[in-house]
Every structure is written in C-alpha cells, then in structure tokens.
Design a protein around this ligand. Structure first.
Ligand SMILES: Cc1cc2nc3c(=O)[nH]c(=O)nc-3n(C[C@H](O)[C@H](O)[C@H](O)COP(=O)(O)OP(=O)(O)OC[C@H]3O[C@@H](n4cnc5c(N)ncnc54)[C@H](O)[C@@H]3O)c2cc1C
Length: 315
C-alpha cells in the first residue's frame, strides 16, 4: 500500500498550494481529487491573485497544479470515501506516538501520516420548484461552463455577492439581457458593483426571490414570490456553497453549525495530524489566496508535527 507523509484531499487552490510547500519540505506528498483544479476553474477572470494582474480561473488552477507537480507531488484523480485512524494505547500516546490514517477511495487504499482536508464546497441550490427538473436544461451553476449556450438570450443570475456579480458580467458577453435576482441587494466588491452599474445589459431585481422556474424541457420563465413572471432562457445560481466536510464525520473533527471544519491559526483541526484549509473551513473570508495561505501554513505545521512524533500507521 502506498504511504505518504502528507496526503491532501482536494486539488483546488488550497490543496495545490499546500502540496507545493509540503514537497519542498521533503514530505512525501500526494493530492487526491475528484475534480483537479477545483472551484476557481469555474470563473473567467481572477484579478486578485498577488503578482498576476489578470488570469482566467482555469489557467490559475493549471499553474498551481503544474507548480506542485514540478516538485514531485503526485496527483490522483479519485474520490475519497472514508478515513480510518490507527488505535493507540495510552502508553504509546504517553511515549509521544501519534496515530496515522488509512484513506479509502472506491478502488484504492493509502496510508497517511498526516492529512490536509481541502475539499472545498458544493453549490447551494435555491430549492424552488423546477430547479432540479430543469438542471442542465437552462438551470446552471457555472456561467463560464454554460454561458456560451445563451448567446442573444435572456438569462438571470440568482445571488447577491461578488460571485453573482462576476457571473452576471461574464454572461453579458453572450446574452442580450441579464437580470440579477437578489433577496437583498447586490453587494459585490466595489469594482464589480461599478462594472455592473455601467453595463446596460444588466438589470438588478432587488428584494426578489424565485418561487418557481418554469418550462417544458427547458427554462421558459421565472415566477417571483411577489407573483411577477419574467420570460427567461437561463437561470444561473450563485447563492453560495455548502462545505464538503462529511469525509471527516467519523474522525471526531469539530465542525461549526454550518458544517465548516474549525481550524486554528496553524490550520490544525482538533484531531492531531488532521489539518484543513480553504473553503471547507470556518473562515469568514473565502478566497483563492486565503485558502492557499491556510494550506501552506498547514504544510509547515505538519512538518513540525512529523519531526516531533513517531506516527503509528493502521495495520
Ligand atoms: C464564480 C466564482 C468566482 C470566484 N472568483 C474568485 C476570484 O476572482 N478570486 C478569488 O480569490 N476567489 C474567487 N472565487 C472563490 C474561489 O474560487 C475559492 O475560494 C477557491 O477556489 C476555493 O479553493 P479550495 O481549494 O478551498 O476548494 P475547491 O477549489 O472547491 O477545491 C476542492 C477540491 O476538493 C476535491 N474534493 C472534494 N471532495 C472530495 C473527495 N471526497 N475526494 C476527493 N476530492 C474531493 C474537489 O474535486 C477539488 O479538487 C470565486 C468563486 C466563484 C464560485
């Protein structure tokens, strides 16, 4: 069975950055990811990665993965299903030994001395009538992936944050008309708010909520909770994300009430040897660079931990 000093679940901005640092600290490191590149690959423009004025999300993700791989990090394209811990006696713990982990995918098992959880999030759904039925038939969660299908059409973005504004701005490259449906008001970064205001194709519908997405085999209209019906070809949902933290459920890793993994300034969880970074964590400000920084921090403290303890791997 393959054995690693630092096993990273996830290969988004956080996972790839942590991997690069860990391998430079001479830890045998692997990234295991269902979707290498992660969430940033769904955005067309990143203007706040230090040192690069503008880059597409896919290009940024690719450069991070390439950087990690150039230092010898392996990337495995698999979904991790379960993590088990070695059981140690009180005497072993007293002697400074610490438990290692057995990590399972559907077809493989890996031994890990330390683990970084960098699993990010999944899209939050509106939960309204018609959303599920019309997914991929006009309902989308990624303007970069699906925007080009809506050339000269009318679409809406549902959401109030910076992601919603960016999705709307991207969609103006294809659609004739882009509504932004916000439960409150749109409040992105000021630079994106100005871009939205300056764009004649965008119309903001504030204090509005979708009650139903309606259509036969494809999106035809949205019905708002106040009764308004608006003809529509596409609905892009950008109302946030749900952390993918179930994987640590059996390990006793502490989650907050939003199911985010609680970490400290060393990116440690409450379970020795398990670190977490990026969007899956309980940090308020979730960006590519903040997740990368948390992951880099974790690699340093995992290195220190491995120098301080003998790890007993599961048998
Ligand atoms: C539209 C949009 C625009 C954005 N624009 C910006 C921007 O301009 N600047 C910025 O800094 N941030 C931006 N963000 C936020 C940024 O994308 C995220 O903060 C960042 O990508 C999160 O990185 P991560 O590594 O924590 O998670 P993710 O990128 O979500 O990566 C998670 C990784 O874990 C893997 N994974 C999950 N579960 C498992 C499992 N069980 N087994 C194996 N692999 C698993 C996934 O496949 C993936 O590889 C934007 C987000 C959106 C939605």
């Amino acid at each position: 069975m393959e054995q690693f000093d630092f096993l990273i679940i996830g290969a988004g901005c956080a996972g790839a950055s942590g991997a690069m640092y860990a391998s430079r600290l001479n830890m045998k490191t692997v990234m295991i990811a269902e979707m290498p590149g992660g969430l940033i690959t769904t955005t067309h423009l990143v203007e706040n990665w230090p040192g690069i004025k503008a880059i597409s999300g896919p290009d940024l993700a690719m450069s991070l993965l390439d950087h990690a791989k150039s230092f010898g990090v392996e990337l495995k394209n698999e979904k991790i299903l379960q993590i088990d811990t070695a059981t140690l006696t009180a005497e072993e713990l007293e002697a400074g030994k610490r438990p290692g982990f057995l990590v399972h995918s559907a077809s493989n098992k890996y031994l890990a001395k330390t683990i970084l959880i960098a699993t990010g999030t999944m899209h939050r759904k509106i939960g309204c009538k018609g959303e599920k039925e019309l997914e991929n038939k006009g309902v989308s969660y990624c303007a970069l992936c699906d925007g080009a299908f809506f050339r000269n059409k009318t679409v809406c973005v549902v959401g109030s944050g910076d992601s919603a504004a960016k999705e709307a701005l991207l969609l103006t490259q294809f659609a004739d008309k882009v509504y932004v449906v916000s439960r409150t008001t749109l409040h992105p970064e000021p630079v994106n708010l100005q871009r939205v205001k300056d764009n004649p194709k965008i119309e903001c519908l504030d204090k509005a909520e979708i009650a139903e997405i309606s259509g036969t085999n494809k999106v035809e209209k949205i019905i708002l909770k106040d009764g308004r019906e608006i003809p529509m070809d596409g609905v892009f949902v950008a109302i946030g994300h749900i952390p993918l933290s179930d994987i640590v459920g059996n390990l006793g890793v502490k989650l907050n009430d939003r199911k985010e993994i609680e970490i400290n300034r060393k990116s440690e969880t409450n379970v020795a040897g398990i670190y977490a970074a990026g969007d899956v964590c309980n940090t308020e400000f979730k960006q590519a660079i903040t997740g990368a920084a948390e992951a880099v921090t974790s690699s340093f403290w995992a290195y220190e931990y491995l120098n301080a303890h003998e790890i007993v791997l599961p048998t």
